[in-house]
Design a protein around this ligand. Structure first.
Ligand code: NIG
Ligand code: FE
Length: 401
């Protein structure tokens, strides 16, 4: 006898079948035991199975719980004043060069207590959970000193499990140069102190960096990647957001889990990512917020079969959004992704970007029973509504969350 049986639903298993890329099973049932999926099949095939709890889902569409694989959820204050400056004509780069941008969030994050950071991040997590998120990546990167980076990662860790959401923490080791600090000394310290400290305390699952004209160079990023790999941490990269710095190829060289943003990615970068199995994480809300006009090369990513994930990039500067379904719609309208691609991009491919594909992101035997039930007529509505409020039911490890 199973723990739970979900009936009266249509399921996007995300296990591709010939002619059925999302592995859709209509009129399905889902068997759950010990918090994991045991069977997904036509209802008629599971008619003989019994479960302690049987839940009829009223004809809902079921997807894996959504995975938001790129966020900067923890930060002090906000940057609503920059929104106004941009409306008056200033660019993101100009604001950053004038001492605003990332470093202004750094000042607010350093000044905030751990409790205050936790309280504000918890509210944001609750909103994202309501929008369907059951797993979220959370980066540091607004500390820029060992102490505050560790403080941010501890906050991320204490959010784990809130509203059933699994938190996957990332050390964003190189985000911006703190004012008044020598570049070389700073990068050295990150490599020799911050990364080893984070590894020792097991506070992050991977190490990220920002390779850009206004941020860090290839050599600096490579130094940090080498330090991360020396302590056994995989890497990921903010790459090709504002200009082509050949970041994706560098990320691929280091077998990065993901390269993210990618508006200025070229075909050589795409090929390198395809060869290394690096996931392309697209962030349409940041593109929208910056009123960017160069979308990422989606056709090249498709041509070379690079897995595409889509995430909120929730952050105070370039993506103050708390809705993954809204971002899924933006992926369709701004980047030309199909509704199927944005569903895959927030489930199976997002799981891969976090190194969790063995455990979640698809509804198949052995995977964690994290799922969303959506009262929609068809699955394409997930990319169609401009900010669908969220699923009608979230189930985490088999239990209602
Ligand atoms: O992913 N690109 C760099 N980092 C963030 C922006 C952070 C900020 O402006 O505070 C991003 O868009
Ligand atoms: Fe980011």
């Amino acid at each position: 006898m199973w723990e739970r049986l979900l009936t009266d639903c249509h399921v996007a298993t995300m296990v591709p079948q010939p002619g059925n890329p999302l592995g859709i099973i209509e009129n399905a049932a889902i068997g759950i035991d010990d918090g994991k999926i045991v069977r997904v099949a036509k209802r008629t095939e599971l008619a003989g199975f019994r479960a302690a709890q049987v839940t009829a889902l009223g004809g809902a569409w079921v997807t894996p719980g959504l995975i938001d694989c790129h966020t900067h959820l923890v930060f002090g204050g906000n940057r609503s004043e920059e929104h106004a400056m941009r409306r008056a004509g200033a660019t993101y780069e100009e604001i950053a060069e004038a001492g605003g941008g990332i470093v202004s969030s750094v000042a607010k994050t350093r000044a905030a207590s751990e409790e205050a950071l936790l309280a504000s991040a918890r509210r944001r997590l609750e909103a994202l959970a309501k929008s369907g998120v059951t797993t979220i990546e959370v980066k540091s990167g607004y500390g820029l000193d060992v102490e505050t980076e560790l403080k941010m990662l501890r906050v991320a860790k204490s959010l784990d499990g809130h509203k059933g959401v699994t938190v996957v923490p990332t050390l964003l080791a190189l985000h911006a140069l703190p004012p008044g600090v020598d570049r070389r000394d700073y990068v050295d310290r990150v490599a020799k102190e911050t990364i080893p400290a984070v590894a020792r305390e097991r506070l992050a699952n991977s190490v990220d960096a920002y390779l850009e004209g206004i941020a860090f160079t290839r050599d600096e990023v490579e130094k940090i990647f080498t330090a991360a790999q020396a302590v056994g941490l995989p890497v990921r990269l903010h790459a090709e957001q504002l200009s082509n710095q050949q970041g994706a190829a560098l990320a691929a060289k280091h077998k990065a889990l993901s390269a993210d943003h990618l508006e200025h990615l070229d075909e050589a970068g795409v090929k390198a990512m395809a060869a290394s199995g690096t996931v392309a994480v697209l962030l349409p809300a940041a593109y929208y917020c910056l009123r960017d006009t160069t979308p990422p090369p989606v056709d090249l990513l498709r041509k070379h079969k690079v897995p595409i994930a889509v995430a909120t990039d929730c952050n105070p500067g370039t993506s103050p959004t708390l809705s993954l379904p809204l971002v899924m719609n933006m992926g369709c309208t701004l980047f030309g992704l199909t509704p199927e691609e944005v569903v895959a991009g927030t489930t199976v491919h997002a799981a891969r970007a976090l190194g969790l594909a063995h455990d979640r992101g698809a509804l198949a035997p052995g995977k964690r029973a994290d799922l969303c039930a959506w009262n929609v007529e068809n699955l394409a509505e997930l990319g169609y509504w401009i900010g669908l409020p969220g699923p009608d039911r979230r189930i985490v490890a088999g239990a209602d969350a």
